[in-house]
Design a protein around this ligand. Structure first.
Ligand SMILES: C[S@@+](CC[C@H](N)C(=O)[O-])C[C@H]1O[C@@H](n2cnc3c(N)ncnc32)[C@H](O)[C@@H]1O
Ligand SMILES: [Zn+2]
Length: 318
């Protein structure tokens, strides 16, 4: 593993690690589900917290899963890795013959492995085919395929909504013009050059102008926001009383879904107050443990820039 990681620098310290382990109550033992195993950093700390801990680690990325399996092999049968989408958590837990789940964690977004492996096409820092699929073994469309197929308005919507990019319509127009000339975007460099020219560099830019467009496409390719709320409900249904759910988000839309879903599951009705009956699905299933989301301190951010936009929300099953 050390050799495999060699070219990519040391793996990052998992985001908000101490807070996550404390909130999950891993030291009390039990079965924990890590829905976003990645390189297994959080899972390793959960396994270290007590000899009575077992972890089911899920990742849709086979490459990450293999590396995490190697890293966690020394825990033997206490760790069980599964290639799946965390949205299938109920099935995964059932197939692992577990019932009483003590805690569920998701640390959303891309891993440093995905981002730093140039050939996966997540980053404009490496020229590669514009792929961006977290599950490269599946038959989902790549980012290049999406850009070759979607109508201009849809490309603009994705870049605006998921990338919070003000110049989304101009970027989409340029992409579609190129495609109509018979030169569809195929590589990361083609896309970052196009966005750079469409948007231009401003002196105030702290990041490359293509950053927002790349983020937006990644979210669309991997359907990162779809079914997130339903996943949280299922995860909480699996928890035993007092079990905890912890979610770390990196995007405002993800964090908003987490916030609203947890509120609804804490029984806060969001219906129009004049409505005769509640139809939003509010029920009192959990107590929210983070009235405001936890964020990393300055020290963590300076060590790990990826932590900068992290927000952690947690709740306890009643
Ligand atoms: C930020 S990384 C997790 C890092 C991990 N906590 C660690 O300490 O190494 C996110 C991981 O979640 C995976 N992932 C994202 N969405 C997923 C989903 N819906 N189902 C399964 N895995 C997912 C990605 O493939 C990636 O490996
Ligand atoms: Zn309601």
């Amino acid at each position: 593993m050390a050799a495999l990681m060699g070219g990519m620098g040391a793996p990052h310290r998992p985001v908000l690690l101490r807070e996550t382990i404390e909130l999950l109550g891993a030291a009390r033992g039990g079965v924990f589900v890590d829905g976003t195993l990645g390189l297994g950093g959080h899972s390793e700390a959960i396994l270290e917290a007590s000899l009575d801990v077992r972890v089911i680690g899920i990742d849709r990325d086979r490459e990450a899963l293999e590396l995490a399996r190697e890293r966690l092999a020394r825990y033997g049968s206490r760790f069980h890795g599964v290639h799946a989408n965390f949205r299938d958590i109920a099935r995964v837990v059932e197939e692992a013959n577990e019932q009483d789940v003590s805690g569920v964690l998701v640390d959303l977004g891309v891993s440093s492995l995905q981002f730093d492996t140039g050939e996966r096409g997540f980053s404009f820092r490496h020229d590669a085919l514009l792929d961006m699929r977290m599950d490269a073994s599946g038959d989902e469309e790549t980012a290049a395929e999406l850009l070759a197929r979607l109508p201009e308005e849809e490309i603009a919507r994705i870049i605006f909504e998921y990338g919070e990019e003000r110049r989304s319509r101009r970027i989409a127009k340029w992409i579609v013009e190129r495609r109509e000339r018979g030169e569809p975007i195929e590589t990361t460099k083609e896309l970052s050059d196009l966005v750079g020219r469409a948007v231009g560099y401003r002196k105030t830019d702290k990041v490359h102008p293509a950053t927002r467009t790349f983020q937006a496409l990644r979210i669309a390719v991997n359907r990162e926001l779809e079914g997130l709320s339903e996943f949280v409900e299922e995860a909480i249904d699996l928890l035993q009383p007092n079990g905890c759910f912890v979610a770390i988000s990196f995007h405002s839309l993800e964090d908003r879904i987490m916030k609203q879903t947890l509120r609804r599951l804490a029984g806060q009705c969001e219906c129009d107050p004049r409505a005769p009956v509640c139809s939003c699905g509010a029920r009192r299933a959990v107590e929210i443990l983070t009235r405001r989301p936890l964020v990393p301190g300055e020290e963590e951010v300076s060590e790990n820039p990826r932590a900068r936009s992290a927000k952690l929300r947690a709740c306890r099953k009643l």
